[in-house]
Design a protein around this ligand. Structure first.
Ligand code: NAP
Length: 342
């Protein structure tokens, strides 16, 4: 396993991070434990969760994922070996505190509840799951300026996060589903008001959505705010398994509301990437992950799995170095299908 430094902190995280959002919906608690054991055995020390998990988000299941992780952490002990990341939800989702906000009352309650479920007294990385303003995230491309839809200002959110760091309940802070402006605003406020600096940005990044490269990859380098890439296999689509006979128990079959990676252009691009992998004797799933692993602006690749065989295959993506020929073919598909699934 390789390890990278989390932003400007002194925390070392594994290049692969274990995603958790299937635990409590597609995966049982026992399966979550098996995934955790396998991941840790392979040197993964970084685990990503959120107060809203599992997905799809529902009132009846909310918090289960953190609870399973907390139960496992309590049994295992040695909490300090692991880097635990969680997230406070952004607006929407009425079943969480009547609609989350990024103000003091909501964030303090959110962290309190997460710590209880995780059975720990600190989180290593506390992330804002999505912004409290109208902007481009979760697949939105066209920008409409709607300042009247702005709610909690970043300066207020950051002040609360700063107090959490001071209190020792949070070691570092990060953002997710953010834009270049959002990233710079967090950094500017931190500098101007002597508040903590964000260390990471958790955004989607995979062969079907390389939008991070447009404005954020440069910032990741220049500002030392590395990418935590989520959905590196485009919800499993890049394994190619939906192209011929979609599995009945696959996420995209079970939850048709997840349409981000299933449109015609996404499928056409997936077909092209799967062909490259097959031509070069690679597993399409591993090629997709190896591509993400090789990006210079990446701090950690957040992999997901519902089965141990998948997890094993995904962890083994670390052993694959994509040849120049494969990388060139990937670039040529990218020229034809640029960001088919934002
Ligand atoms: P992903 O790698 O794109 O998709 C993972 C899913 O693909 C698995 O659950 C499995 O689903 C399928 N799969 C995985 N490996 C496979 C393989 N080798 N062969 C065939 N199918 C395979 O990642 P993700 O689950 O969407 O995201 C990973 C993590 O990122 C999440 O757990 C979460 O921690 C984080 N995340 C964050 C955000 C955010 O807004 N910040 C959003 C999404 C995710 P099936 O078995 O059901 O097919």
């Amino acid at each position: 396993m390789q390890y990278r430094t989390l932003g400007t902190s002194d925390i070392q995280v594994s290049l692969l991070c274990l995603g958790t959002m299937t635990w409590g919906e597609q995966n049982t608690e026992a399966e979550a434990y098996s995934q955790l054991d396998m991941a840790v055995d392979h040197g993964i020390n970084f685990i990503d969760t959120a107060e809203l998990y599992p997905v799809p988000p529902r009132a009846e299941t909310q918090g289960r994922t953190e609870t399973y992780l907390g139960n496992w952490l309590a049994r295992r002990g040695r909490r300090d070996d692991l880097v635990i990341a969680t997230k406070a939800a952004g607006p929407g989702l009425e079943h969480i505190r009547g609609g989350p906000r990024l103000d003091r009352a909501h964030l303090e309650q959110a962290l309190h509840d997460s710590l209880q479920r995780l059975q720990t007294d600190y989180v290593d990385l506390y992330q804002i799951h999505w912004p409290m303003r109208s902007t481009n995230y979760f697949g939105k491309l066209g920008y409409e300026h709607q300042p009247e839809a702005d709610d909690t200002p970043i300066v207020e959110t950051l002040a609360v996060l700063g107090d959490m760091v001071k209190a020792g309940k949070v070691r570092t802070i990060g953002i997710s589903n953010e834009t270049p402006w959002g990233l710079m605003a967090y950094l500017r406020v931190a500098e101007g008001q002597n508040l903590p600096r964000i260390v990471s940005i958790q955004n989607p990044y995979n062969l079907l959505n390389r939008s991070f490269e447009v404005g954020l990859a440069e910032m990741a380098h220049r500002e030392q705010v590395g990418l935590l890439a989520y959905s590196p296999m485009a919800f499993g689509a890049l394994s190619g398994k939906y192209l011929e006979s979609p599995p009945a128990d696959g996420r995209l079959t079970l939850f048709s509301r997840f349409s981000r990676y299933s449109g015609d252009t996404g499928v056409a691009a997936t077909r092209a990437y799967v062909e490259i992998a097959r031509r070069h004797g690679l597993s399409p799933a591993q090629m997709a992950l190896a591509f993400v692993n090789s990006r210079s602006f990446l701090t950690s690749n957040i992999i997901g799995a519902t089965r141990l065989e998948q997890l094993e295959e995904n962890i083994a993506s670390l052993e694959i170095t994509l040849s120049q020929a494969v990388l060139e073919e990937i670039e040529s598909v990218h020229q034809r299908h640029t960001i088919p699934c934002p």
